[in-house]
Design a protein around this ligand. Structure first.
Ligand SMILES: NC(=O)c1ccc[n+]([C@@H]2O[C@H](COP(=O)([O-])OP(=O)(O)OC[C@H]3O[C@@H](n4cnc5c(N)ncnc54)[C@H](O)[C@@H]3O)[C@@H](O)[C@H]2O)c1
Ligand SMILES: O=C(O)C[C@H](O)C(=O)O
Length: 326
């Protein structure tokens, strides 16, 4: 039985890296076929046709079919997974929340369409920025889909944090477990290594340098998106596509027994985070369901960082409420 996967913004930069990985089996493994459902806006349909031609030319054994179009109700019909990437990226000197005016309404419409036609088992991953609040918008416009089926991408931040820690300690990324991104996919995010492990050892003890944590590690991860825009002249794309795959794959097939993932999910009040916020937590996943890792000790430094990013998410939620998007 093929998995029906919708990707919005399929003709964009992230889409161009994402689609070929999905068609090659990166999401569900070498035994599961996929039906791609590609949603774009009219001005990008010709470009999308070109992408579809290239997908055909790859002769992917697992790619059953490609359906493309501009009508969300048609494209989302019966989908099991929806990757909502389609949205304007920011440019230099913008914050991601500055995109809300341009992008927020996209997720109102797409939330409504998913609510009307998606499969009963649908999972929705939001990459389009500002990802957390766009996921909140989609979720609040899809009252018949359980809130826990929505998530926003903070796996790119998680991967960035793992990479920085590996470089600092001369370890392999495969040695690192239990990295955590708390809060908003924005400059207020809190990359937390106080629970992370490097080859079974407490990462903070291996680093043994609070100044590096506070003055290099956290700001480097939190501002990496801007650094990439500065370096590339456009926002991250291939690394974002890779993280989108990592997040959806782990959500659907499960996290390893000795690790967890970072996902922005609807808060249930855990760690004192206001219920209903779309907030990045450490989660374990199994059979397409996630659970927030409970009982982590939160020191005063972490508490302050976690609360600051929660406050920004409240601001963004109030902004989109005023805009009538939720
Ligand atoms: N959360 C993350 O970690 C992360 C990482 C990188 C980029 N992003 C965000 O992902 C989004 C896409 O980035 P990109 O580099 O692919 O941008 P892009 O401009 O290259 O592509 C965006 C695509 O979305 C399409 N689009 C616009 N409105 C649409 C709609 N209503 N329905 C369907 N498609 C629509 C556009 O036509 C375009 O093809 C941006 O908002 C960017 O900020 C998020
Ligand atoms: O920084 C951006 O605007 C793109 C993306 O959110 C990123 O973190 O690379």
């Amino acid at each position: 039985m093929a998995m029906k996967v919708a990707v919005t913004g399929a003709a964009g930069q992230i889409g161009y890296s994402l689609l070929f990985r999905i068609a090659a089996g990166a999401l569900f493994g070498p035994e599961t076929c996929v039906e791609l459902r590609l949603l774009e806006i009219p001005s990008a349909i010709n470009a999308l046709e070109g992408v579809a031609m290239e997908l055909d030319d790859c002769a992917f054994p697992l790619l059953d079919s490609i359906q493309m179009g501009t009508n969300a109700d048609q494209i989302f019909d019966g989908v099991n997974l929806a990757l909502l990437v389609g949205a304007r990226p920011r440019t230099k000197d913008m914050e991601r929340k500055d995109l809300l005016d341009a992008n927020g309404a996209i997720f109102t419409a797409q939330g409504k369409a998913l609510n009307a036609v998606a499969a009963d088992d649908v999972r929705i991953g939001v990459t389009g920025n500002p990802a957390n609040t766009n996921a909140l918008i989609a979720m609040r416009n899809a009252p018949d889909i359980p809130a826990e089926r929505f998530s926003a991408l903070t796996r790119l931040d998680h991967n960035r944090a793992v990479s920085q820690l590996a470089t600092k300690t001369g370890s392999r990324v495969s040695d690192i477990r239990k990295m955590t991104i708390w809060g908003n996919h924005s400059a207020t995010q809190y990359p937390d290594i106080f629970h992370a492990e490097i080859a079974g050892r407490h990462a903070a003890e291996v680093v043994n340098d609070q100044q590096w944590i506070e003055q290099y590690f956290i700001p480097t991860v939190a501002h990496r998106g801007s650094a990439i825009i500065e370096a590339r002249g456009s926002s991250s794309a291939a690394s974002a596509a890779s993280a989108t795959i990592d997040a959806a794959r782990d959500w659907l097939s499960g996290t390893p027994d000795d690790d967890w993932a970072s996902m922005a999910v609807v808060s249930d009040g855990s760690y004192g985070i206001a219920e209903g916020l779309m907030y990045s937590f450490p989660v374990t996943t199994k059979h397409g369901n996630w659970e927030i890792v409970q009982g982590l000790e939160i020191n005063d430094f972490s508490r302050a960082k976690m609360d600051a990013t929660a406050a920004e998410l409240v601001q963004e939620r109030d902004m989109v409420t005023e805009l009538g998007l939720i």
